[in-house]
Write a new protein. Structure first.
Length: 202
């Protein structure tokens, strides 16, 4: 059950962390699917105009207009069509209906990502994809120094807030709040892959 405090946190800061999001049986089924799937395709992105057009800001500690947006990660197309993913999306839609003031009617296809050594995402925003966003983690016993840490820039406090990709944790985002964030590079000594399910609604 979502509390008023959680609702206020999402509306004010744009981010809400919910641990033990799914029944552990479903979480483990999703984890097994990620472990057994071998169709993760390497995706690399490089956008020279990103910080001139999509993200323009006056914060000295964020990328300036001369910098290039870059990202690297791995994505599976087949996982999104499996029964456990459909069950997962029912849970996502339920919490979206509880949290969002406006009814979320449309959802993107869930994006199943795996990140290994060197994978990363530079500072970006996701409002273009929908006003409701989520990232669900399927990594067991992740360590802080393995990298792959998502960091959210809190404009009111003028600081970055890191969130560990903890197993069965979902991070809900109100994308209408200006919410710059990035994922730090995964270290080459990380003992696991960083697995996540991502998506948006509008």
């Amino acid at each position: 059950m979502i509390t008023i405090t959680q609702q206020q946190a999402l509306n004010t800061h744009g981010v809400l962390v919910v641990d033990n999001f799914l029944d552990i049986t479903l979480a483990d089924r999703l984890f097994d699917l990620f472990s057994k799937t071998d169709d993760f395709e390497l995706i690399t992105q490089e956008k020279e105009e990103h910080y001139r057009t999509v993200i323009k800001n006056d914060v000295v500690s964020l990328p300036n207009e001369e910098e290039i947006y870059k990202a690297q990660f791995r994505k599976s197309e087949s996982l999104a069509d499996t029964p456990p993913l459909r069950e997962f999306m029912l849970a996502v839609k339920k919490i979206a209906n509880e949290l969002m003031e406006e009814n979320i009617k449309y959802y993107t296809r869930p994006l199943c990502y795996k990140m290994t050594a060197g994978d990363h995402l530079r500072i970006h925003r996701d409002l273009y994809a929908g006003e409701f966003g989520f990232t669900y983690y399927l990594t067991k016993n992740w360590k802080w120094d393995w990298g792959g840490i998502v960091n959210y820039y809190m404009r009111q406090e003028k600081t970055m807030v890191p969130i560990l990709p903890q197993y069965n944790r979902v991070v809900i985002r109100n994308e209408a709040v200006e919410l710059e964030h990035y994922v730090s590079p995964v270290a080459d000594f990380a003992l696991q892959t960083r697995n996540s399910i991502n998506g948006w609604g509008s």
